[in-house]
Design a protein around this ligand. Structure first.
Ligand code: NAD
Ligand code: TYD
Length: 359
C-alpha cells in the first residue's frame, strides 16, 4: 500500500485532490494530510473522508522541522504532494513576510526532511519515491494581451510577493534535483475553480457577494485575463504526473480557457439568474447593477495563459470539464453549501473583507 504525505490538504486544491485520490484508489492507498489550518485550511472540506482507516490528519506547520521529520520517521512515506502555501496575491501585497516563511522556508523544510528520509548512503533513492511540488503559472509573470503562452522553458519573471515566493520554492526544488538528484517533479498550473475555494478568490467571492446582494468588486478595467481550470482536472494532472512524469521534469497544467475577469463576473450573474427559482427573494437583487469597478491591484499581471503541450504529449493528460459545465457545477455547489460559506465567512474573514474592500 503506497503512502502519500499531502501538505495543505485542508485547503481548496488539497482537499479536492484528497477526495479525487480516495475516489480513484479507495483502500489501495494511505494518505497523511499535514496542515497548519490557517484561515484557508478547513477540516469541514474533508468530513467525507475523516473516518477512513487509511486517512490521517496531522495538525502541523511545514516550517516545524521536528514535526515534519517526525512524520517521516514514523511513516514509510512514498510520495509527497506539496500544496501547503500562502496562496492569495492580495494578502501577499499587504503582508509579504508570511509568504516567504511558508512558501520558501516551509518548502525547504519539506525537501530536507524528505531527502533525509529517502537518500541512501550511495546518494541514490529507492524506486518509487517522489516529491511533487505544486506550483503556479504566476511564476512566469505576465503575458501581453492576445499574444503568447507560458511554456516550461519560459523564464521566470514573478511580480507579486506571492508569485516571487512560489518562484523561490520552485527554484529550491530545482536545486535539490540538480544537486542531490532528488526525485521530484514540479507542476505549474493556471487558475483553478471549483468547490471548497475560499471566498477571497474571484469566483467564490463574486458568487457569495451576488447571492447576498453585495457589490461585485472588479479590479481596474476588468480586462485582465486568467486561464481557468476545473480543480478536478488539476487533481488528475497531479496524479498522472506522479505516475507517468519523467523525474526532474516540470509540467505546465492548463486547459486553454482564457477569460477576462469581467466575463467571469457576467457569467456568474447570468448563471445565478437562471438557477434561482422565481420564488427565491435573492433573484431580485442578483444583477449586473452590482458590478463595481474598484482601484486596480498593485502590480496586477495582465494575462496568464498556459501551453499544456508537454503534459498532453508526454503523459496524455487532457482536461475533462468544459468551462460552461464546470462553472455551473461550481455555482450550484456554493448555492447548495450555504452553511459552508457561512462558516468560512464569519470571524477573521469578515475582518479581512472589511480591510480589503470599501465597496
Ligand atoms: P489554499 O490557500 O486554499 O490552501 C492552502 C492550505 O495550506 C491551507 O489548508 C492552509 O491551512 C495550509 N497551510 C498554509 N500555511 C501552512 C503551513 N505553514 N504549514 C502547513 N499548512 C499550511 O490554497 P490552494 O488554492 O488550495 O493552493 C494550493 C497550492 O496550489 C498552493 O501551493 C498554490 O500555490 C498552488 N496553486 C494554486 C492555484 C489556484 O488557482 N488556487 C493554481 C496553481 C497552483
Ligand atoms: P484571484 O482569484 O485573486 O487569483 P489570482 O490573482 O491568483 O489570479 O484573482 C483572479 C483575477 O480577478 C485577478 O486578475 C484579480 C481579479 N479580482 C477582481 O477583479 N476582484 C476581486 O475581488 C478579486 C478577489 C480578484
Amino acid at each position: 500500500m503506497r503512502t502519500y504525505l499531502v501538505t495543505g490538504g485542508a485547503g481548496f486544491i488539497g482537499s479536492n485532490y484528497i477526495h479525487y485520490m480516495f475516489r480513484k484508489y479507495g483502500d489501495q492507498i494511505r494518505i497523511i494530510n499535514v496542515d497548519k489550518l490557517t484561515y484557508a485550511g478547513n477540516l469541514e472540506n474533508l468530513t467525507e473522508v475523516e473516518k477512513l482507516p487509511n486517512y490521517t490528519f496531522v495538525k502541523a506547520d511545514i516550517c516545524d522541522k521536528e514535526a515534519i521529520s517526525g512524520i517521516f520517521a514514523e511513516n514509510d512515506i512514498d510520495r509527497v504532494v506539496h500544496f501547503a502555501a500562502e496562496s492569495h496575491v492580495d494578502r501577499s501585497i499587504k503582508n509579504p513576510e508570511v509568504f516567504v516563511q511558508t512558501n520558501v522556508l516551509g518548502t525547504a523544510v519539506m525537501l530536507n526532511a524528505a531527502r533525509a528520509a529517502w537518500e541512501k548512503e550511495d546518494g541514490t533513492y529507492p524506486e518509487g519515491k517522489k516529491f511533487l511540488h505544486v506550483s503556479t503559472d504566476e511564476v512566469y509573470g505576465s503575458l501581453p494581451e492576445g499574444e503568447g503562452y507560458f511554456y516550461e522553458t519560459t523564464p521566470y519573471s514573478p511580480h507579486s510577493p506571492y508569485s516571487s515566493s512560489k518562484a523561490g520554492s520552485d527554484m529550491l526544488v530545482k536545486a535539490y534535483m540538480d544537486t542531490y538528484h532528488f526525485p521530484a517533479n514540479i507542476t505549474n498550473c493556471s487558475n483553478n475553480y471549483g468547490p471548497y475555494q475560499f471566498p477571497e478568490k474571484l469566483i467564490p467571492l463574486i458568487i457569495n457577494n451576488a447571492l447576498n446582494g453585495k457589490k461585485l468588486p472588479v479590479y481596474g478595467d476588468g480586462k485582465n485575463v486568467r486561464d481557468w481550470l476545473y480543480v478536478e482536472d488539476h487533481a488528475k494532472a497531479i496524479d498522472m504526473v506522479q505516475e507517468q512524469g519523467r523525474l526532474f521534469e516540470t509540467y505546465n497544467v492548463g486547459g486553454h480557457n482564457e477569460k477576462q475577469n469581467i466575463q467571469i463576473v457576467e457569467i456568474i450573474i447570468e448563471t445565478l439568474q437562471e438557477m434561482l427559482p422565481d420564488s427565491d427573494p435573492r433573484k431580485a437583487h442578483v444583477s449586473k447593477d452590482l458590478i463595481t469597478y474598484v482601484e486596480d491591484r498593485k502590480g496586477h499581471d495582465r494575462r496568464y495563459a498556459i501551453a499544456p503541450d508537454k503534459i498532453k504529449a508526454e503523459i496524455g493528460w487532457e482536461p475533462e470539464t468544459m468551462f460552461k459545465d464546470g462553472i455551473k457545477k461550481t455555482i450550484r455547489w456554493y448555492f447548495e453549501h450555504e452553511d459552508w460559506m457561512k462558516n468560512v465567512t464569519s470571524g477573521d474573514y469578515q475582518k479581512y473583507y472589511e480591510t480589503m474592500y470599501t465597496v
